[in-house]
Design a binder for this molecule. Structure first.
Ligand SMILES: C[S@@+](CC[C@H](N)C(=O)[O-])C[C@H]1O[C@@H](n2cnc3c(N)ncnc32)[C@H](O)[C@@H]1O
Length: 409
C-alpha cells in the first residue's frame, strides 16, 4: 500500500522522510513559540481569569491557541519581510479571509495578555524606542506618504470619508472640522494639542480661529524640527505668534498655564495608563474646560494589540476597548462618546499605500535605519495589514473612538 502511494520510493525510506520532516517542522514551531514566550509578556494566569471580567478565554488550550496563532502569523509575516513573493491581491485575500474567520468564530485569539489588561506603570511606556522606530523617521517620508498643503500639514490619523469627501486632503479637513465642532472650539480659546505630529491640527485650528492660541506637545525631534521651520516661515500660520511648541514627553509634561480645550488626536494608542493620564489632563484644564480624545479603538470587550505592529512599527502600542475610557472617571468624566467605523481608516490607509508606492524612488534615498528593500516590505505589510484590520466586520470591530471629557464632580 505504501509503495503504491509513494510511487517508486521504498516504504522505509519515505516513512523516515515523513517522520523527519514532522520532527524538524515540530521543533521549528516549538522553538518559535518558545521564542515568542520569551519576547512577549505571559498570558494572564488561569487562576486570575475569573477575576478579570473582560477576559473571554477559559482554559489552557485557549492560552496555547493564542500563542500558536501569534507564532504562526508572525512566522508568515517574517517570511514576507525576508522576501517571500506574494502578490498584493493574494496577500490581501489571505488576510481578509483569516481575519474574517478569526473575528467571527475565534475572537479570543485577538490576544489578551496581562499587560494589555492592566494599566502600565508610566503614562506611556518606551517612548524613546517608539520615537526611534517610528516618529523620528525622516519627515520627507511622511510628507510623501501622508501628503501636505498649506492648509493641512502631514496628518497621521484617520480621515473622515463617510460624508462624501473625494480626496485625502478634503477628508482630513472634514475630520478636523468634525473634531473642532464636537469639542466646541471658540475663537479666543487656549488649546493644548497633545501629540501634535507635524502640527496639522494646530495649524488648521489657528487658520480657522484667528484669536485662538495653541500649544503643541510632541516628543519627536524630527516632527518638532518641521514645526520650528514653519514657525520661522511667514507664510505659515504657525509663525503667527499664537503657536507655542514644547518638545517634551507626555510623561513629564508640565505647563505654567491652564487650557480651555485639550485635544489628543492619535496619542492614546501609545498611552498605557488612563487613570494617571486623566489626572494629568485634569490638572492642565480650566474649571469649565473640555478634553477631546481621538484614538484607534476596538469594540472587543477587552483591550488588544497587533503582534506585528507592536514589534515592527509601534512598540508598546495598545488598542483600548471602546468601553475603557468611561470606566476611568475618577479625574475626568465622559460627557459624550462616538465610534467612527474603521472603513474610514481603511480608505485613508489605501491612499497612504498608494502614495508610498508612487514615491519609491525618492523614499529609497532617505536614511531609514535599514536597507531599503527590508524597510519597504515592513512598511507595505504594515499598511496592507491595517487596511485588513479596519475592514473587519465592515469596520464595526476596529475604528476610531472619540470622547468628550470634563472635570469629574
Ligand atoms: C499618530 S501620531 C498623531 C499626530 C497628530 N496628532 C496627527 O493627527 O497627525 C502620534 C503623535 O504622538 C506623539 N507622541 C507619541 N508618544 C508621545 C509621548 N510619550 N510624548 C509626546 N508625544 C508623543 C508622536 O510623536 C506623534 O506626533
Amino acid at each position: 500500500m505504501f509503495a503504491q502511494i509513494h510511487g517508486s520510493q521504498k516504504f522505509p525510506l519515505c516513512v523516515c522522510k515523513g517522520i523527519c520532516t514532522r520532527l524538524i517542522f515540530g521543533r521549528i514551531l516549538m522553538k518559535l513559540i518558545n521564542q515568542m514566550d520569551h519576547s512577549w509578556p505571559s498570558l494572564v494566569s488561569l487562576k486570575n481569569a475569573s477575576q478579570t471580567r473582560d477576559r473571554p478565554s477559559k482554559g489552557k488550550f485557549r492560552d496555547y491557541s493564542i500563542k500558536a496563532f501569534n507564532a504562526v502569523q508572525m512566522a508568515g509575516f517574517e517570511a514576507y519581510i525576508h522576501g517571500l513573493e506574494i502578490p498584493d491581491l493574494a496577500l490581501k485575500t489571505v488576510l481578509d479571509k483569516t481575519l474574517d474567520i478569526v473575528q467571527s468564530r475565534y475572537p479570543h485569539l485577538f490576544v489578551t495578555y496581562d499587560w494589555l489588561l492592566q494599566e502600565s506603570k508610566h503614562l506611556a511606556e518606551g517612548s524613546k524606542e517608539l520615537m526611534a522606530i517610528q516618529y523620528d523617521l525622516p519627515t520627507r517620508l511622511f510628507q510623501r506618504m501622508l501628503t501636505e498643503s498649506q492648509e493641512i500639514y502631514p496628518k497621521y490619523t484617520m480621515a473622515l470619508w463617510e460624508n462624501g469627501a473625494d480626496s485625502l486632503q478634503e477628508a482630513q479637513r472634514q475630520m478636523l472640522d468634525d473634531v473642532f465642532e464636537k469639542i466646541g472650539i471658540e475663537d479666543g480659546d487656549t488649546v493644548l494639542d497633545l501629540g501634535c505630529g507635524w502640527g496639522a491640527s494646530s495649524n488648521y485650528l489657528l487658520q480657522k480661529f484667528p484669536h485662538a492660541q495653541v500649544t503643541g506637545l510632541n516628543l519627536s525631534h524630527e516632527q518638532c524640527n518641521y514645526m520650528r521651520d514653519k514657525m520661522a516661515d511667514p507664510t505659515s500660520t504657525l509663525s503667527s505668534g499664537r503657536f507655542t511648541l514644547c518638545e517634551q514627553d507626555f510623561n513629564q509634561a508640565n505647563f505654567d498655564q491652564r487650557f480651555d480645550k485639550i485635544i489628543a488626536i492619535g496619542l492614546f494608542e501609545h498611552v498605557g495608563n488612563l487613570t494617571k493620564s486623566f489626572e494629568q489632563l485634569a490638572s492642565f484644564l480650566t474649571d469649565n474646560g473640555k478634553v477631546f480624545l481621538h484614538f484607534i479603538s476596538s469594540r472587543l470587550p477587552h483591550n488588544t494589540y497587533s503582534p506585528y505592529l507592536n514589534r515592527y512599527i509601534f512598540p508598546n502600542m495598545r488598542i483600548w476597548s471602546y468601553e475603557a475610557v468611561p470606566q476611568h472617571n475618577q479625574h475626568l468624566k465622559t460627557l459624550d462618546q462616538w465610534y467612527l467605523r474603521g472603513h474610514n481608516y481603511a480608505q485613508t490607509l489605501q491612499c497612504w499605500l498608494q502614495n508610498f508606492d508612487q514615491h519609491q524612488e525618492e523614499i529609497r534615498t532617505l536614511e531609514l535605519g535599514m536597507n531599503y528593500a527590508r524597510f519597504r516590505r515592513i512598511w507595505r505589510l504594515y499598511l496592507i495589514l491595517c487596511i485588513a484590520y479596519f475592514n473587519m466586520d465592515r469596520g464595526n470591530l476596529l475604528g476610531n473612538a472619540q470622547y468628550l471629557l470634563g472635570h469629574a464632580d
